[in-house]
Design a binder for this molecule. Structure first.
Ligand SMILES: Nc1ncnc2c1ncn2[C@@H]1O[C@H](COP(=O)(O)OP(=O)(O)OP(=O)(O)O)[C@@H](O)[C@H]1O
Ligand SMILES: [Mg+2]
Length: 335
């Protein structure tokens, strides 16, 4: 009996040891599997991000070439329509004066009855009085349309040429101040402006392009705040390690995920036809990318948006970092 119990005990101990070993093995393998899975997920996310960045860059490069061609094609006819409209504006005054003079002669009865009758018929048949009144407005509208077209062509050209190189030392504070000066009339009396400018080192770049990005972001902020009760625009700058940070925050309508996802796509706009071309943010993106900088966007519908531009203090020969985080990661902490 004792022998039997002893054998049973040994068998039990052996079985227990084997079970524990198997359990430990299972545990180790599961942990290994879990870690592998995590690594796989991380590299999958990285791959997706790189893929998105590649697609984005490819899209922008193609669009750059396309924009340059379109801008060039439109620019020539635009130039002569512009010039002709200017001449037409000058000519039309003379005809209006002529009509007024003829009408005066008619009123003063200085014409023979036949001449007066013929003139009346002509003026009525051709609706000359109405045309003379309407033509000034028509010309002004056409001029406005042409100005808008000129802006679009200029934007397309800027977009296409943002890859050229001739770098200078840029004073970011100066750039922000002069951009704010241009926007003075838009901001004045309506928007409270808070400036928190730190002393900054110069950054390598192109002043006009950087000013363009500040302008694009601030103009968008103003549009977003048009229904805000107390619109507040906060612009902050500071040096952060080897970068200069410019942060532009508004308390406007904010953006939902769908808008955030397409924000930097060329021609994406939520504005009515004729009001926005949807080029502002894609130009901003390509300029920051060209400066080897980074762009972060935080936004919350109904609360506001914050754009953070990071500009490096030194240009690197082999910069390969992504300008934007994946759209899903665009939302930092709420504003
Ligand atoms: N600060 C902001 N707050 C809320 N929405 C914004 C803000 N900035 C941009 N957006 C959204 O992003 C869209 C794209 O902006 P983008 O500047 O590229 O084009 P746009 O302003 O519509 O036209 P434009 O070419 O005239 O600048 C805007 O239509 C708007 O919906
Ligand atoms: Mg815009």
């Amino acid at each position: 009996m004792n022998k039997e119990a002893e054998a049973y005990k040994t068998a039990y101990a052996r079985e227990r040891a084997a079970r524990l070993e198997a359990e430990q093995l299972l545990d180790d393998k599961s942990r290994e599997l879990f870690l592998k899975n995590q690594q796989l997920e991380a590299s999958n996310t990285r791959l997706k991000e790189q893929h998105n960045a590649l697609v984005r860059n490819e899209k922008l490069a193609t669009l750059g070439t396309l924009s340059a061609g379109v801008a060039h094609e439109i620019n020539n006819p635009l130039a002569f329509v512009y010039s002709n409209l200017g001449s037409l504006n000058g000519y039309i005054g003379g005809y209006q004066k002529l009509l007024q003079m003829v009408q005066c002669w008619q009123a003063d009865e200085q014409l023979s009855p036949q001449q007066a009758e013929a003139l009346s018929q002509l003026i009525e048949a051709e609706d000359l009085v109405f045309i003379s009144e309407d033509i000034t407005g028509l010309l002004a509208d056409s001029q406005e349309g042409l100005d808008r077209l000129k802006d679009i062509v200029q934007n397309l050209r800027r977009f296409a040429h943002s890859q050229d190189t001739d770098w200078e030392d840029v004073d970011v504070t100066d750039g922000l101040e002069s951009t704010l000066k241009i926007l003075n009339s838009q901001l004045k009396n309506t928007v409270t402006l808070e400036k928190h400018f730190a002393e900054l080192p110069m950054v390598p770049g192109k002043a006009n392009e950087l000013n363009q990005t500040f302008l694009n972001i601030i103009v968008n902020a103003c549009h977003a705040m048009k229904d805000t009760e107390r619109p507040l625009l906060r612009i902050e700058t500071r040096k952060e390690e080897d970068e200069v940070l410019v942060q532009i925050t508004d308390n406007g309508c904010g953006m939902d995920e769908a808008v955030l996802k397409s924000l930097f796509d060329p021609f994406f706009t939520t504005k009515p036809v004729g009001e926005g071309t949807g080029m502002g943010m894609s130009i901003t993106y390509s300029i920051i990318k060209n400066h080897q900088g980074r762009l972060k966007v935080a936004s919350k519908p109904g609360v506001g948006s914050r754009f953070s531009i990071y500009l490096p203090l030194k240009r690197s020969e082999s910069a390969n970092k992504d300008t934007l985080s994946d759209p899903q990661d665009l939302t930092e902490e709420p504003v």
